[in-house]
Design a protein around this ligand. Structure first.
Ligand code: MSP
Length: 648
């Protein structure tokens, strides 16, 4: 049985197109997933989208579409991007997935029943237009930090999670598991800035946000989006379902990859929820640094966002993946520049690796008719090359285990450079001139190819397309010296096969010309993706036709009886007269109307809605109301008209 390895990226907000910073996290996680698979693990790799909450609700409103339609559109782009980048995820979870929503409700209910979640009041400063609470320290001169309008003191009923109860256990866990949070600087930050000063209970519900998972026993509350989101790491595996095989097999996660600003949610809030649920904590949370643009955080409002698509279009997926993982130290911030990107392509990919491949294959073509020669005559420099080549895997693994992608690549490039040096040392073009050096020449060509085989396997988790190209050129396929065990062996490359020359994998770039080209492609991309025209089209897609509208049967109905729902404070049970027919409708209006106020009123009924049971009572339709914030009013008709009349 293989050892398992479960790793996760954060779930992305589908609030915009993803930029190079988001790509960074996912590429890193993907590379580790591939590396672990290559070295024999049974890997589960999870990514996905975090789709609830006020931010999404507002964005959708701005665009004039329903939140679900809004996120569906962006999730499509995100999946497309992961496809382009060849991200090998096993699970793509959306927090709007039914399974996730149901399990989050079960978790909430369980914690409520055991007393870890309780009802109280959230007190703070409230900005009505933004529907946001703020603390004293966030507010300046009594103004909302978001919109600058005045805030007022407010109190809202809310559910709280007993985070404070877990403070000592968390501290103890951090002390006993120094590897849990990495890098160490983030661990110290969590201990000193959050745990030691003391944790407050966490507000985990909102009545001001509608676009969220409802508190199962109190539906006017939506579950706080972060509570909802972190639970994905276990809901995706089927926790609390009948189908929990994956949960039993893969949990606890080996690594949660997260950006530094969300370490707190993953190392304090999430572990406390897990402790409350009585389940094991993840083994590691790695908080990586940000990719900045000219030392500034990328943001759409600053106009300095770098999108990956134009870079991929011009230079390929592998160049981008290589650059991201080689240029920046994973735990620290790093500054992106197009110039640095192009220079790295030239030095590491075109000069070092690309040249090594094309020189080797060209020499086999020229000196041995394109056939992989037999190695028969050892000579000077061979043992050193062999030594470096067969030990590189070990060094790479050491760095990968520390998530030091940059140094892992540097180790591989040491071998690339060592192999290039071997060409200079052995000078095959001189050997080719001398008749009695044929055997030595063959050995040199074979050794170069053998080193390339090892390189092709080592780079595979980082750059699969390049690895494939090297295999094709060496005339080998999967299984021919391409396993993880094979990288510490020497002399196993098949001989006598035909090598196949391909064009340069990474042509040398003229930096100035490329910078211009990149600007143009970038501009075109932005116009296409975010252009005004596209947004208009999207709105267009959200129109319905008169035929769609006709499918909804709206009728005037008269309330003849009304009473409180036996099992839910929020609901009323209404008996309606609809022409000659009687209908029972359950409606969430108990907070706004007393049952007796409704008798005799004309309301508007959606008459062809599929009947459902609400808290055990059947509802045969829905009545319409207008609501905003805390106000709600039922829709009606202006003048007396017979009940049952169709509204169109
Ligand atoms: N939805 C939450 C995560 C919930 S996980 C249960 C979220 N989403 S996000 O879309 O805003 O960010 C996703 C990840 O992208 C975060 O880890 C964040 O740090 C990372 N990055 C966003 N901008 C980044 C850079 N400029 N550089 C590197 N990573 C960055 O947070």
């Amino acid at each position: 049985m293989n050892k398992t390895f479960y790793l996760t990226t954060p779930l992305y907000y589908p609030s915009d197109n993803l930029h190079i910073g988001h790509t960074y996290t996912t590429v890193a996680a993907d590379t580790l997933a591939r590396f672990k698979r290559l070295s024999g693990y049974d890997v589960k790799f999870l990514t996905g989208t975090d789709e609830h909450g006020q931010k999404i609700e507002e964005k959708a409103k701005e665009k004039g579409v329903k939140p679900k339609a809004y996120v569906d559109d962006i999730v499509k782009n995100i999946k497309e991007l992961w496809k382009t980048l060849d991200i090998s995820y096993d699970i793509f979870i959306r927090t709007t997935d039914k399974q996730h929503e149901e399990i989050v409700q079960k978790i909430f209910q369980k914690l409520y029943e055991q007393g870890d979640i309780y009802k109280s009041n959230y007190e703070g400063l409230y900005c009505t237009p933004c529907e946001s609470f703020w603390t004293e320290s966030q507010v300046e001169d009594g103004k909302c930090p978001d919109c600058g309008r005045p805030v007022k003191k407010a109190k809202e009923e809310a559910y709280f999670f007993k985070l404070s109860k877990y403070q000592d256990r968390l501290l103890k866990f951090f002390e006993e598991n120094p590897e849990f949070i990495q890098p160490a600087s983030r661990r110290n930050e969590m201990i000193n800035n959050f745990l030691k000063p003391g944790l407050e209970d966490l507000c985990v519900s909102r009545t001001t946000v509608d676009w969220g998972i409802k508190v199962p026993f109190d539906e006017k509350h939506s579950i706080y989006v972060w509570f909802d989101a972190v639970c994905n790491y276990i809901t995706a595996l089927g926790y609390l379902t009948d189908n929990d095989e994956d949960y039993n097999k893969y949990w606890p996660a080996n690594i949660h990859f997260v950006g530094k600003e969300i370490v707190r949610f993953h190392t304090i809030i999430w572990p406390a929820i897990l402790m409350a649920l009585g389940i094991e904590l993840p083994k590691k949370v790695f908080g990586h640094g940000w990719i900045l643009f000219e030392d500034d955080k990328m943001s759409k409002s600053k106009g300095n966002v770098i999108y990956p698509e134009p870079l991929i279009e011009l230079y390929g997926v592998d160049a981008l993946k290589y650059f991201l993982l080689r240029e920046f130290t994973f735990g620290q911030d790093g500054s992106f520049s197009r110039e640095k990107f192009l220079k790295r392509i030239n030095s590491d990919l075109a000069n070092d690796l690309g040249n090594l491949v094309s020189r080797t294959i060209a020499m086999i073509d020229k000196y041995n008719g394109g056939i992989m020669p037999e190695p028969t005559e050892e000579g000077e420099y061979d043992s050193d090359l062999k030594e470096v080549a067969t030990s590189t895997g070990y060094e790479v693994e050491k760095f990968m285990d520390k998530l030091d992608f940059s140094n892992a690549l540097e180790e591989i490039w040491k071998l690339v450079r060592r192999t290039n040096k071997y060409i200079d040392e052995t000078m095959p073009w001189i050997l080719a001139k001398e008749e009695d050096k044929k055997e030595r020449l063959n050995t040199v060509l074979y050794n170069l190819s053998e080193s390339l085989r090892i390189i092709s396997v080592l780079i595979r988790p980082f750059m699969e397309k390049t690895s494939d190209s090297i295999w094709r050129q060496l005339g080998i396929d999967h299984g021919q010296g391409t396993s993880w065990e094979d990288i510490s062996k020497w002399g196993i490359l098949p001989t006598g096969v035909k090598v196949r020359r391909e064009g340069p994998m990474f042509p040398r770039l003229d930096i100035n010309k490329e910078l211009k080209k990149l600007n143009e492609v970038n501009k075109k991309f932005l116009e296409e993706r975010m252009g005004k025209a596209t947004m208009e089209e999207k709105k267009e897609e959200n129109y319905i036709t008169i035929d769609d509208f006709d499918k909804i049967e709206l009728r005037v109905a008269k309330v003849v009886e009304a009473e409180k729902h036996p099992n839910a404070d929020k609901l009323l049970v209404l008996q309606l007269e609809v022409g000659d027919e009687r209908r029972q409708v359950v409606s969430g209006i108990a907070k706004y109307y007393k049952p007796e106020e409704l008798i005799g009123k004309d309301v508007i009924l959606v008459a062809n809605l599929k009947p459902v049971k609400l808290r055990g009572v059947e509802s045969q339709g829905m009545i319409l109301a207008a609501s905003k914030g805390k106000k709600l009013t039922l829709a009606t008709v202006m003048d007396e008209i017979k009940s049952g009349t169709r509204i169109s």
